[in-house]
Design a protein around this ligand. Structure first.
Ligand SMILES: [Zn+2]
Ligand SMILES: [Zn+2]
Length: 568
């Protein structure tokens, strides 16, 4: 055993943890051998490594990197959110020490320039970073690892170019005759589909390294709880009992509620008034600190009203559960229990995340509650219970990927339980226990879930069976935005004489207004069988829309996003 610490100024991470050398299982060894063969042969190949939570995917990356360095080549490792996964970084540093260069989203512009300069000079043989690290100037690329490849953050959505780092990884590897490893416990449907199409090779890691089985998952029907108590509990009786027993035995628990703030909205009981952001068409979230209402899209804040601004009624209620409210309820129910809350509001400082994680790992807290931040890649040996407060959240989003995303989040969260010597348990609270995703969640059957979802995507012709192009129009005046959206749609209809694609919309975006800017959108759905590379659509957008119609001079902003990950 050797202790490794990440404490380099340019990395800005302060986190240390024991790393233990591990022996590969025979399952892992077989996979490593196949990957090594491709590396030695300099054969471009993409491997999808589908390993259940806690199955030791990182160790496979490490072996593959070791081989890459032996062959005098370099590796790029993509990690979705680097501050959230200090444990993974510690392990890479343990094995590769000074050869590791980390590109970090919190580096200053100067630090980043320096980093890129050093990479170009060849100071680092392993470059780790978020999506932009895929462009790192390494000259002898042998291997690209994309960890948690299903993560939406690999797609750049807020600025040009709107690339997906996973696609760039595959492209770059092909040009360099390099190897790609895409790893996940819940692979994206795009990647699983590419396996079916014979484009990627598939590996499955089906055993946890500790020999423990996957955690047992039980459902709590919140409607039944309501019948019992006359209200919807934040923490159901079943979850409460299980938490109590963990506190007695000094084990730890994690509780997921993917909503920050106190209450997602406040409402007047008398007239139904709901406070909305004046800049965006978004409900304001109540935060207890300063008794304020905050817009989670633009940051607008105001004092929470004591009387209804419309009818002057006094009966204002707080609806829904945010992490602050959950913290309050837990504090009330478990006096003396040490609770940490991890969300955007508690992790503002440079080391905010790390301090919390370090505290929890040391055992200075019994319960870690938080938003989806806590669901990702963390490995705490003493956690034997995971609670999910509102599992339905997000399930009814107007997005064809809604159930895929929820399933991934729930599986990842559940996977935090029972990673050490104690077996794990997960309590899932839901209003809709008959929803099909729970059947697959409880049996840990990602493959069956994938097949069921694929059947419905196929019949609706959604990706991966089609490709989408999202065209969004943004402007200050609603009629102008509407009128131009209509013009784009008419153009697309006219250009579609051969019925190559389908046009959906124009319609207001699900988030119809952000910071005084109105948003409209049009979706082009291109059947893959007719034009898999979107050649025709690209052509008409470029020649017809952008050049002939001269959209750059329009009074609205037109954004074109090919293969969007979000259609909000
Ligand atoms: Zn009112
Ligand atoms: Zn706002």
């Amino acid at each position: 055993q050797k202790k490794t610490e990440i404490q380099e100024r340019s990395i800005s991470l302060n986190y240390s943890e024991e790393v233990t050398d591990v022996d590969l299982s025979s399952e892992q060894r077989d996979i490593v051998r196949v990957i090594e063969n491709s590396l030695v042969a300099e054969r471009f190949e993409t491997f999808l490594l589908h390993g259940i939570t806690g199955s030791g995917k990182t160790q496979i990356y490490i072996e593959a990197i070791r081989k890459t360095l032996e062959l005098n080549k370099q590796a790029i490792v993509l990690i979705p959110e680097i501050v959230l996964t200090p444990q993974t970084l510690v392990r890479f540093q343990y094995y590769f020490g000074d050869q590791v260069g980390i590109i970090h989203s919190r580096l200053s512009a100067g630090e980043k320039r320096e980093m890129l300069h050093r990479i170009r000079r060849g100071d680092f043989r392993v470059v780790i970073g978020p999506r932009s690290a895929i462009f790192a100037p390494v000259s002898h690329l042998g291997l690209v690892v994309v960890d948690e490849e299903h993560e939406g953050s690999y797609k750049q959505t807020d600025a040009q170019p709107r690339y997906h780092a996973r696609d760039v990884a595959v492209l770059r590897a092909r040009l360099n005759k390099a190897v790609v490893i895409l790893g996940s416990a819940t692979p994206s449907f795009e990647s699983l589909y590419n396996v079916q199409q014979g484009l990627y090779k598939y590996f499955r890691l089906g055993k946890r390294i500790t020999q423990r089985s996957l955690p047992r998952i039980s459902l709590v029907d919140l409607r039944e709880e309501w019948k019992k108590g006359g209200s919807y509990p934040v923490v159901s009786e079943s979850l409460e009992l299980k938490l109590e027993s963990r506190l007695l035995t000094h084990e730890q628990a994690m509780i997921l509620q993917n909503r920050r703030g106190y209450s997602p909205f406040i409402m007047c009981q008398e007239c139904g008034f709901v406070s909305k952001c004046p800049e965006c068409e978004i409900t304001l979230t109540y935060h207890q600190a300063n008794h304020s209402l905050i817009c989670h899209y633009c940051g607008y804040r105001e004092k929470a009203p004591d009387v209804c601004p419309v009818c002057h009624g006094m009966d204002i209620v707080y609806r829904g559960i945010g992490t602050q409210r959950l913290e309050e309820v837990l504090n009330e129910n478990f006096a003396g229990c040490r609770i940490l809350r991890m969300d955007q509001d508690t992790t503002r400082g440079k080391h905010g995340h790390l301090n919390l994680l370090e505290k929890f790992r040391r055992g200075d807290a019994d319960i870690l509650l938080g938003t989806k931040m806590i669901a990702k890649g963390l490995d705490f040996q003493k956690v034997t219970l995971v609670g999910i407060v509102s599992a339905d959240q997000g399930l009814h989003f107007p997005d064809f990927r809604a159930s895929e995303k929820v399933f991934q989040l729930l599986t990842q969260a559940a996977g935090r339980a029972g990673r050490g010597s104690g077996s794990g348990e997960v309590v899932v609270q839901t209003f809709d226990p008959s929803h099909f995703i729970f059947k697959y969640l409880m049996t840990h059957d990602y493959q069956a879930f994938f097949e069921k979802e694929m059947a419905s995507r196929k019949s609706l012709k959604y990706p991966p069976f089609s490709r989408l192009v999202l065209i969004r129009l943004e402007g200050k005046e609603l009629p102008v935005v509407e009128q131009h959206a209509q013009a784009v749609a008419s153009f697309l209809w006219k250009a579609n004489k051969n019925r190559l694609y389908t046009v959906l919309g124009p319609a207001p975006s699900p988030i119809a207004k952000i910071q005084q800017i109105y948003r409209y959108q049009i979706l082009i759905k291109q059947d893959k069988e007719k034009d898999p590379s979107l050649n025709y659509v690209r052509h008409i957008l470029k020649e017809g829309l952008i050049r002939k119609n001269n959209i750059r001079n329009w009074p609205v902003n037109v954004i074109i996003d090919v293969d969007p990950m979000e259609i909000l």
